[in-house]
Design a protein around this ligand. Structure first.
Ligand code: AOF
Ligand code: ZN
Length: 390
């Protein structure tokens, strides 16, 4: 995580030598630090109004005049629509404001590429903005370079303003773009003793309505949901994102089934909802790369235990959503099988990010503590010794 806030919040101006991002250059007179920070907070709020799903990042932009007043705002509404900077420039012009001389406060480094839309760095240069403040540098190799292009045109650029908040907003997207694989969130809905079904296989419902509604809202924010073929056979899940009244959210994630067994013709997965993708493989690495190649940024894994175990054992889970009900079963299928952990030091350890009460249940959101290396006994493959159960 880059946190260059201390060193680079003041714009670094044009210079003969290549600009040094951390050089403490105050740049031109413009809005002061408090106003810039407030504007970045607003830009982050605007960004959050964009869709969490989709191949493109959520980005917000605020244009300030020399007195620090907001003259226009914009945010990105999804792939193929104008980027936040272009939206803010358009809003200024639509409001009869000439953006020349304004300070652009943007949550992500302006892009430098011709993609689905034109390069924002060029649009800002043409508009004649006086300075640009950025939260997060763009790691996307095809789009990055906007800060350098702006500086080359004589426009000071400062990066790292509220970088931590910017990184938090873009967490799945940043990780996916940096690694070429989706950010993996593993959902577990269990009894207090970590079981997903009773001894006879019954599992409806361990968690209550509030937890289920929350889980559906999460489905509506991700790009894809995955289950193993074993879960398809046992549970016949629809894997749709449904509102409390049972209707479908507008956005339906891609439905992914991992494993060799076929998806039956009458499976609910073939009914209304997102497209169905069957990855007939046990090679999780290949499966994640395939999804990354399809621009799946955020993958929600909903089971079953074999897929959850394989992903955890392969150290491929970025975030855990553990819905825990105050229910004890004492027997029945555990959420996770043998991870190859033989001693406590080898435990798959996560760090608590958030805890929420949902009705009678609890949601623990935890994130991977140690990103480096696979755990003992990992093969990076789905199944292994439990292959027939997947
Ligand atoms: C956005 N919205 O507001 C900004 C983005 O596919 P394209 O051509 O729309 O380009 C997407 C890339 O542009 C994206 O991955 C990111 O690197 C950069 N900036 N993208 O969708 C925005 N500012
Ligand atoms: Zn752009």
């Amino acid at each position: 995580m880059t946190q260059s806030q201390n060193s680079s919040t003041a714009p670094t101006g044009p210079r003969a030598a290549p600009p040094v991002a951390s050089a403490p250059d105050r740049g031109p007179a413009g809005p002061d630090a408090r106003i810039l920070e407030a504007a970045m907070r607003r830009a982050l709020d605007l960004a959050a109004q964009g869709p969490a799903h989709g191949p493109n990042p959520r980005v917000g932009c605020v244009l300030l005049d020399a007195a620090g007043r907001t003259v226009a705002e914009g945010f990105h509404r999804g792939a193929g629509t104008p980027h936040a900077e272009a939206a803010a420039l358009a809003a200024a012009r639509a409001g009869g404001v000439d953006p020349r001389g304004t300070t652009a406060v943007v949550t992500l480094e302006p892009c430098a590429h011709h993609g689905r839309t034109g390069p924002c760095a060029d649009a800002l240069i043409e508009a004649g903005v006086a300075a640009v403040h950025v939260a997060v540098e763009d790691p996307n190799p095809v789009a990055t370079g906007g800060a350098g292009r702006l500086r080359a045109a004589g426009i000071p650029v400062a990066t790292g303003l509220l970088a931590a908040a910017g990184e938090e907003l873009l967490r799945p997207w940043l990780r996916a773009v940096r690694t070429g694989r989706p950010y993996v969130t593993l959902k577990l809905a269990t009894s207090l003793d970590g079981r997903v079904a009773a001894a006879d296989g019954t599992s409806r419902w361990i968690t209550g309505a509030a937890a289920r509604a929350h889980a559906h809202a999460v489905r509506a924010q991700v790009d894809a949901i995955a289950v193993g073929t074993g879960t398809v056979a046992v549970d016949d899940p629809a894997l749709t994102a449904r509102t409390v009244d049972g209707s479908l959210f507008e956005h339906q994630p891609l439905r992914v089934v991992v494993g060799h067994r076929t998806v039956p013709d009458g499976a609910r997965l073939r009914g209304p909802g997102g497209p169905l993708l069957h990855l007939a493989t046990h090679d999780l690495d290949a499966a994640l790369r395939e999804l990354g190649g399809r621009e799946v940024r955020h993958l929600l894994v909903e089971g079953g235990p074999a897929l959850a175990t394989a992903l955890l054992a392969a150290d491929a889970v970025d975030e855990l959503h553990a819905y825990v009900a105050p229910v004890l079963l004492g027997a029945g299928s555990p959420a996770v099988n043998d991870l190859g952990v033989t001693t406590i030091g080898e435990a798959a350890r996560f760090t608590t990010h958030d805890v929420t009460r949902l009705g009678d249940d609890m949601l623990l959101v935890a994130r991977r503590t140690d990103p480096a290396g696979a755990r003992p006994g990992t093969a990076g493959r789905l199944g292994g010794h439990t292959e027939e159960e997947i």
